[in-house]
Design a binder for this molecule. Structure first.
Ligand code: PLP
Length: 395
């Protein structure tokens, strides 16, 4: 059944693609917790090692459960191939190690997951890779930052926590005109809401830890794209360096993918209702959510995404003390910086995810002291509102 489901829609592929039933006839996906595999003969072992025969060798780089996850994610992301990793950051490291060399240059959106910024700036910087950070919404600054040695443009859209959007099609054209690649971190939307490869991107990066798992259990990551790019640049790094996804985690993520489409729709529905409710609340100055008509890039969101996502932020009157009051008055919501879970999470970016920035950097990034970020889960929306109301309405 592997990879044969291209005639099916995403919802079906998320449930069916990649499954390889064993002779036991199991209905659910099998899990293969084994480090190595045995061969029928010395000749077969030799053929596998020489790449003359496909098949399992060793779970650092070949495992059937991990392969099923890779094939299923590739199918729904619309890519030829996927390689799975131990975490989202391991995937981004593999991307950098696979595509960059000393003297190479990257252009990145400034509004990235903080650890991704550190990886490009500090870790890759140590090896002579230079990264220029630009305003994600301003196409001119991207164009101006590109140099002859630029290997790829890298972005996340929508951004965290302000939900700014980057125009994927326009940046793909720009990348290709300048002989480099476009890489999109698609963690917030997942392929259910946004298909960067169809919009022209060359590679998609995932942290499976977020919506793909969806229930906050395992850490994992993946890269999806063409056979050529994955085979030549990404897979050799995995095989040699070993930031491998475990079969158990792959199995959990497979069950996550089965419900991804319905969960993402439900996250969008809840987030839209919460965004509209917050926008009408007298204590709220501004709500950041691409589904609201007040979002400055509402039109781009409507064409680029098929849903507005599950993450929103809002700015309250009264700054940090009011923001903390709202957070501390919740009884159900989880106070944590994680996102993409069926459980709603609430966080104060200025003192957590963006706490290491200076006051000036924070101001430049638009992270005000009154900003609260919510990853809207799947609890009943009235219960989420009630939990926020206590702090919001307090005198
Ligand atoms: C969490 C996250 C990552 C990193 O993934 P891990 O699985 O935590 O290593 C990368 N990008 C985005 C947008 C994330 O939210």
């Amino acid at each position: 059944m592997a990879g044969q489901h291209t005639e099916f829609d995403l919802e079906t592929q998320a449930i069916r693609a990649g499954q390889q039933r064993t002779p036991e006839g199991e209905h659910s996906d099998a899990i293969f917790p084994t480090s190595s595999f045995v061969f029928d003969s010395a000749a077969q072992a030799a053929a596998r090692f020489a790449h003359q025969e496909d098949g399992n060798i060793y779970s650092r780089f070949t495992n059937p459960t991990v392969r099923t996850f890779e094939q299923r994610l590739a199918a729904i992301e619309g890519g030829e191939r996927c390689v799975a990793f131990a975490s989202g950051m391991a995937a981004i490291l593999a991307l950098a190690m696979g595509l960059l060399e000393q003297g190479a240059h990257v252009v990145c959106s400034r509004s990235l997951f903080g650890t991704s910024i550190l990886l490009f700036q500090n870790i890759m910087g140590k090896f002579g890779v230079e990264t220029t950070f630009v305003d994600m919404t301003d196409l001119d600054t991207w164009e101006q930052a590109i140099r002859p040695e630029t290997r790829f443009l890298y972005l996340e859209t929508p951004s965290n926590p302000l939900t700014d959007l980057s125009d994927i099609s326009a940046l793909a054209k720009m990348a290709h005109t300048n002989d480099c690649l476009l890489v999109v971190d698609n963690v917030y939307c997942t392929p259910v809401l946004q298909q960067p490869l169809a919009l022209g991107a060359d590679l998609v990066v995932h942290s499976a830890t977020k919506y793909i798992d969806g229930q906050g259990r395992c850490v994992g990551g993946a890269i999806v794209g063409s056979e050529q790019l994955l085979n030549e640049s990404i897979y050799p790094f995995l095989r040699t360096a070993g930031p491998t996804m475990s079969p158990f985690n792959a199995w959990v993520f497979l069950t996550g993918l089965e419900t991804l489409a319905v969960r993402m729709q439900a996250h969008c529905n809840n987030a839209m209702k919460l965004a509209e409710w917050l926008e009408a609340h007298p204590q709220v100055k501004r709500v950041y959510y691409p589904g609201l008509k007040s979002h400055p890039q509402y039109e781009l969101g409507q064409t680029q995404q098929t849903g507005s996502g599950g993450v929103l932020s809002f700015d309250v009157k009264g700054g940090q003390s009011k923001a903390w009051e709202i957070i501390d008055n919740t009884q159900m919501l989880s106070i944590t910086a994680n996102l993409g879970d069926v459980k709603t999470t609430i966080t104060h970016p200025a003192t957590t995810t963006h706490g290491r920035l200076t006051d000036e950097e924070r101001q430049q990034a638009g992270i005000s002291d009154g900003l609260v970020r919510i990853s809207v889960g799947l609890e009943k929306i009235e219960d989420i509102k009630r939990d926020l109301e206590r702090g919001l309405d307090a005198a």
